[in-house]
Design a protein around this ligand. Structure first.
Ligand code: AHR
Length: 654
């Protein structure tokens, strides 16, 4: 009898064990109990002019070295015609910001011209209109400037002329239309007729730009940003803020006012990586601080400028401004706040108004220093903070925690930031996908009362690959999605996050992976972009707890989850990540709110191949698909694909 009972109990035990294994786990969501608001700034953008993101990227200028100010004045230009000594002269006028111009001298009346190669070619679409402009001054004789678009083999595919030049410097404009599509087109300008003509700021823009602003930004690239509905945009970087040395740091005052008066600066990524040298990488500042503020406004993002703190990049020269000489640097911050927010009667507010924006930009966030570390940074930040907090208590100033997300320097900086009562601390992590998975709980134990976190630069770095875009693997994006559930769950302490870098030109990059790739005509969103977009367009308004066995789901059975409610739409938003090679099931138990009838809409990003990526040639290998989940009663069971990220929006009864 006893034996029979034992056998029965053993059988029962195994049945229960098997059932426990088959039964999906239950994710309990307390939908009636918001834990913390999701900041409207939560998911944002990091913009830096790296990988030809500005000149040769989002700034739609097609002419490279338009004002002959590169270190080699004719870099990007090729002379045509029969040359004799003195025909092409680079004159240095000593004009402070834009000293050089080109004198074309055709005393025998033979045509002579110049071809500009653009930024790895020019992207030209058939039937498209272009705005050509040039600053010019007529010397002796009369002349005409022929303006021609050439396709990649040199055939003319669009033309116009400019003439009637004055003997004083003036801007001349003309339109031309292309008859062919070519991503590697060029521009030829030819002096025709006997005489001398001096030219500067030779420029060509597509007419079709973002919001059709003349000489503005590339519409297709900005659209990708707008589609993300970002909460903020950080600019202008990144290390570019710091410069290799102080002389070449980013100085916002040199990037505002008339475009022709903005002084060219070398781009620090020009020489940064010996294996990715880009000798033709400079900053024209056609995209300057005014344009950044405008861009932020256009896409509904809070502007977050980062300013230099009196230190050049510590990976390079680490040149320092003495502690008693920081005033001009602090003044730059104060003046920037005036430029953005000051009345049109103030010095800098007037410049903003004169540039076309009388209303303030409503700047609320400013970063001081990028990736600085050590006592050098803390000593300087203290001096900045004393003045800035006193003069602008309404602004949130962001401090940094260095280039690593852990270690001695990181811990030291966090301690100092707490003592300084900095309101927000910028963290950076470029780490392996495995690190991302392991760090999904990173913020669960962060102090809720201390400074808030700005995950200001992060990307999962996967292994190498042949194509430019090939490091933006699905594996890296999936790992980022897993970590981001941890950011969202901890929205009480994490107030902002941005993937970095944002853009990569497939023909001219220095750093990868990047969120968005482009060439002269096309743009491709990476799997990482779709992860970011799914988070930012499904942010919700308040985080609610999502627990399995009383704990956040952060890696158990290779699953990750976070959950928010959207009080605007009365929906529950659940984000689920399965990094296992096999499908998984998960019960959803909603507590505290009743769900509406009907079906649940799901956005699913998945691919069986973790090495899959999107490229200019194959842009849709990993893209979100919409699915519906029919509801039967109150019970919701998710069937999650292997290697998948799912966002579910569930209507709640009011
Ligand atoms: O995003 C690329 C670079 O990474 C940034 O310029 C810098 O802040 C970080 O080291």
């Amino acid at each position: 009898m006893k034996l029979k009972l034992s056998i029965l109990l053993i059988c029962l035990f195994f049945v229960m064990l098997i059932q426990a294994q088959v039964q999906p786990k239950s994710l309990v969501v307390k939908a009636g109990n918001p834990v913390a608001p999701i900041q409207p700034t939560m998911w944002g953008l990091f913009f830096e002019d790296i990988n030809f993101a500005a000149d040769g990227g989002i700034y739609a200028e097609l002419v490279k070295n338009r004002s002959f100010e590169f270190y080699k004045p004719l870099m990007g230009w090729k002379k045509t015609g029969e040359e004799y000594v003195g025909q092409f002269q680079i004159i240095n006028s000593q004009n402070e910001n834009n000293p050089r111009f080109l004198r074309l001298e055709s005393l025998q009346g033979k045509e002579l011209g110049l071809i500009n190669e653009g930024f790895r070619g020019m992207g030209i679409t058939s039937g498209e209109s272009f705005n050509f402009s040039v600053f010019a001054r007529q010397g002796e004789g009369a002349s005409t400037l022929k303006v021609e678009l050439l396709d990649s083999v040199g055939v003319v595919i669009g033309k116009t002329e400019v003439n009637g030049f004055s003997t004083n410097w003036k801007k001349y404009e003309a339109k031309l239309v292309s008859t062919k599509t070519d991503s590697k087109a060029k521009l030829r300008v030819t002096l025709s007729g006997k005489g001398v003509l001096e030219i500067d700021m030779v420029s060509l823009f597509p007419e079709n730009t973002w919001k059709n602003r003349k000489n503005g930004l590339r519409a297709d690239l900005v659209q990708k940003l707008a589609d993300m509905k970002p909460g903020f945009i950080r600019f202008p970087g990144g290390c570019i803020v710091e410069g290799h040395e102080l002389e070449t740091r980013y100085q916002w005052k040199k990037t505002v006012g008339n475009v022709e008066d903005r002084q060219l600066n070398i781009n620090r990524w020009n020489t940064e990586f010996p294996h990715k040298n880009a000798p033709d990488y400079f900053q024209s500042y056609g995209l300057g601080f005014y344009e950044y503020f405008l861009l932020a406004e256009d896409i509904g993002a809070e502007p977050l400028p980062i300013l230099n703190c009196g230190m050049a990049c510590q990976f390079n020269s680490c040149e320092l401004v003495p502690l008693d000489a920081l005033d001009p640097y602090i003044q730059d911050v104060l003046d920037l706040i005036e430029f953005a927010n000051g009345a049109a009667t103030t010095k800098w507010g007037k410049l903003r108004a004169d540039m076309g924006h009388p209303a303030p930009f409503n700047l609320k966030l400013v970063g001081v220093g990028n990736e600085q570390w050590g006592t050098q940074y803390v000593d300087r930040l203290k001096i900045f903070m004393k003045v800035l907090n006193e003069k602008h208590p309404e602004i949130i100033f962001v401090g940094g925690s260095g280039p690593s997300p852990d270690g001695k320097d990181f811990d030291y900086l966090w301690k100092e930031m707490r003592e300084l009562k900095v309101k927000m601390v910028d963290e950076h992590y470029y780490r392996s996908p495995e690190w991302f998975l392991q760090n999904a709980s990173r913020y669960d134990s962060y102090d809720r009362k201390g400074p808030k976190v700005f995950a200001g630069e992060y990307a999962a770095h996967d292994k190498d690959g042949k194509d430019s875009e090939s490091r933006n693997t699905w594996k890296s994006a999936l790992a980022e999605a897993a970590l981001m559930t941890g950011l969202e769950r901890n929205a009480e302490v994490v107030h902002m996050a941005s993937y970095a870098p944002l853009f990569g030109n497939v023909d001219a990059w220095q750093w990868r992976p990047d969120l968005i790739w482009f060439d002269n005509l096309k743009v491709v969103a990476t799997p990482n972009y779709y992860v970011q977009k799914l988070f930012s367009t499904n942010a919700g308004t308040d985080v609610v707890s999502a627990l399995v066995d009383g704990k956040p789901l952060a890696g158990q059975d290779s699953l990750y989850a976070s959950s928010t409610i959207d009080s605007n739409t009365s929906e529950l938003v659940v984000k689920l990540v399965n990094v296992a090679k096999k499908p998984a099931s998960l019960n959803l138990l909603i507590e505290g709110r009743k769900i509406g009838a009907g079906e649940i809409s799901l956005q699913v990003l998945t691919n069986a191949n973790l090495a899959a990526y999107n490229s200019i040639g194959k842009p849709e290998v990993v893209t979100p698909v919409e699915r519906k989940l029919k509801l039967s009663g109150e019970k919701i069971v998710f069937s999650l694909d292997a290697n998948s990220f799912t966002v579910a929006r569930i209507a709640l009864k009011k």
